[in-house]
Design a protein around this ligand. Structure first.
Ligand code: DX5
Ligand code: ZN
Length: 221
């Protein structure tokens, strides 16, 4: 079986007890904590920033994967690195200088990645493959948890998988939005290796049961 990673999005967690929530989800088998940052400008919603990242950092050992849905991008990058982020991804259309932003993230000691919305073309990848540690494909339009998986994303996952394989580089391929027990295998078959899931996990009473069921589906791929 490939090396699959499950990355619960804390967007659907109980924010009144976030430390406990992230500890519980890691105990239940999460590989990564996915941290959704929204600014009410790039996306029509407002969530959490570096202070909250810093607050949960001591609660878990696993990587914190910061998904920036903000514009501009660069000013906030060092703050998240200082707050304990391990991975920082951003949307290329939100940065004036994509190559520079990727380098900035790496210079701050984090893994760097680009995020593509359902309708964003992949052409940025042609020029920056050598600066990427992760590619995140949105399978919903960013801004909210609990939306339905857009099936067209499967074709896009397959296209990016091909580009990664051709590059010969070790780049994670993460999918984000509407991932559930009943579609995770399809996303894996298309070529994803890292799966963000918010409402499918934090919306349920037994996190371990959901994560185990997801791994069960992945084992069949
Ligand atoms: C959406 C966020 C996602 C979201 C996923 O803008 O980037 O990470 O929390 O939530 P679900 O799994 O509920 O679609
Ligand atoms: Zn996300």
């Amino acid at each position: 079986m490939a090396n699959y990673r499950i990355a619960p999005s804390i967007l659907s967690a109980d924010f009144s007890r976030l430390g406990e929530e992230v500890r519980n989800v890691v105990t239940a088998g999460a590989d990564i904590i996915h941290f959704d940052v929204m600014d009410n400008h790039y996306v029509p919603n407002l969530t959490i920033g570096p202070l909250v990242c810093e607050a949960i950092r001591p609660h878990v050992q696993v990587p914190i994967d910061v998904h920036l849905m903000v514009k501009p991008v660069d000013r906030i990058v060092p703050d998240f690195a200082k707050a304990g982020a391990n991975i920082i991804t951003f949307h290329p259309e939100a940065s004036e200088h994509v190559d520079r932003t990727l380098q900035l993230i790496r210079d701050n000691g984090c893994k760097a990645g680009l995020v593509f919305n359902p309708a964003t073309p992949l052409h940025y990848l042609e020029h920056v493959m050598d600066k990427l540690d992760i590619i995140l494909l949105m399978s919903v339009n960013p801004g909210f948890g609990g939306q339905s998986f857009i099936p067209h994303t499967l074709k896009k996952i397959a296209a990016v998988r091909k580009l990664i394989n051709e590059s010969g580089r070790d780049i994670m391929l993460e999918v984000d939005g509407g991932i559930k027990v009943d579609n995770i295998a399809e996303a894996a078959r298309a070529g994803a290796d890292t799966f963000v899931a918010g409402s499918a996990i934090f919306g349920k009473p037994d996190y371990k049961a959901v994560i185990d069921a997801m791994r069960g589906e992945l084992a069949k791929v």
